[in-house]
Design a protein around this ligand. Structure first.
Ligand code: ATP
Ligand code: MG
Length: 355
């Protein structure tokens, strides 16, 4: 098996490495400031766990490497402006949006998009950072330097959020997981629930949308598409050209995890559709200290990233998987007093999804 170098050494790189191990695939997540000589990239397939990177000795070296899969797609999707333009070109629905280039646009923007507008930095935002929620009058508070650096979107009164995680290989075959329901708080993913039999029409719609994108880009590997549900339609919120937080449940809830699927796709290995026959809940651990008591619950799979615990930082996740919803509900209810206040509404939300 060919080794794989992953640009970026956060939790996604770590979980790609873990997924490679049983298959005998050596995966090397590398920090951006690593010395190029210390990285075995010449003999490797190269992928990334991040969409955007500063210029360093290593990124300069890797960026020009023919084995860097999807190399030219990262800059396109890392910037919300060309990403939205791509979706428009493919006639895929998004929240109505506009580039934000000058403060003079505001009256017209409120006119066009309504009284709840979200300003998003074109590049560099994540976990809800680099965003402002604006009602008329709030625009005065925006820093002057953001004009030209942002887009604006209509605030969508969605009934829910889902994501579709799928993969495409070099031959153009695509496979997908069932839609994942996602609950965000303050712009950060808190909890996901995936059911093995999602509504057929919605699943098909999402698969058609993501296939169109994957094929247009000639993309290889795992991509995630985040959507808002509005009526029986999906609006695409954003695309992530990598393994994605909302796919973490696949580590314990699918026959092939998203991490293994990505490795299979980029290494030209067989890529059957992952089998999913149980329901799964993923709890993101955000700024939460590890608690050994979680492990007293038999359904809990703890994935701890060994990062320093800071507020609003993703430091691990819990996966709970079972084919019996009552068993899952019981386990979530037992877990609830072992987690702080911020998790209580998300747990209620997940219990409802399982009812
Ligand atoms: P992440 O990297 O965690 O996915 P992000 O910082 O890239 O997040 P978005 O995905 O754009 O940001 O937004 C985060 C969340 O904010 C969304 O999942 C959704 O809950 C809310 N949100 C974003 N855009 C809109 C919108 N146009 N209307 C309503 N809610 C929105
Ligand atoms: Mg998002």
């Amino acid at each position: 098996m060919k080794p794989v170098c992953v640009l970026g050494n956060g939790q996604l790189g770590r979980m790609l490495r873990q997924a490679g191990e049983p298959l005998g695939i050596a995966v090397y997540p590398v920090g951006l400031d690593a010395e190029p000589e210390a990285v075995p990239y010449q003999k490797s397939i190269i992928t990334a766990e991040i969409e955007r990177w500063p210029e360093t000795a290593l990124t300069n070296e890797l960026e020009h490497h023919a084995n860097f899969i999807n190399r030219d797609i990262f800059p396109l999707l890392a910037d919300r402006l060309p990403q939205k333009q791509l979706l428009d070109e493919l006639h895929l629905a998004t929240a109505p949006w506009q580039p934000l280039t000058s403060a003079e646009q505001w009256p017209e923007l409120f006119n066009q998009l309504g009284e709840f507008i979200i300003v998003k930095r074109r590049v560099g935002g994540y976990d809800g950072r680099g965003q402002w929620r604006i009602h008329p009058g709030d625009e005065q508070q925006l820093p002057a330097e953001i004009y030209g650096e942002c887009i604006v979107e209509q605030g969508i009164p969605f009934s829910g959020e889902v994501s579709l995680v799928g993969a495409r290989n070099r031959q153009g075959d695509c496979v997908f997981y069932p839609l994942t329901h996602n609950l965000h708080q303050d712009g950060i993913l808190r909890m996901s629930v995936a059911l093995p039999n999602p509504p057929e029409a919605l699943q098909q719609l999402a698969e058609d949308m993501l296939s169109k994108i994957l094929n247009k880009l000639n993309y290889i590997g795992v991509m995630a598409m985040e959507c808002f549900i509005v009526g029986d339609k999906l609006l695409i919120n954003e695309l992530a050209p990598r393994v994605h937080n909302s796919g973490h449940w696949t580590q314990n809830g699918a026959s092939i995890s998203q991490f293994e699927l990505h490795l299979r796709a980029i290494l030209d290995l067989p890529m059957p559709k992952p089998n999913v026959c149980q329901s799964a809940v993923m709890v993101n651990l955000i700024g939460t200290e590890i608690d050994i008591k979680w492990l007293s619950l038999p359904l809990v799979h703890l994935h701890w990233y060994e990062k320093e615990v800071c507020p609003a930082r993703k430091v691990g996740h819990l996966n709970l998987v079972h084919n019996n919803h009552q068993a899952l509900q019981k386990s979530l209810s037992t877990l609830s007093p072992l987690l702080d206040e911020a998790y209580q509404y998300p747990i209620k939300w997940a219990l409802e999804k399982l009812s």
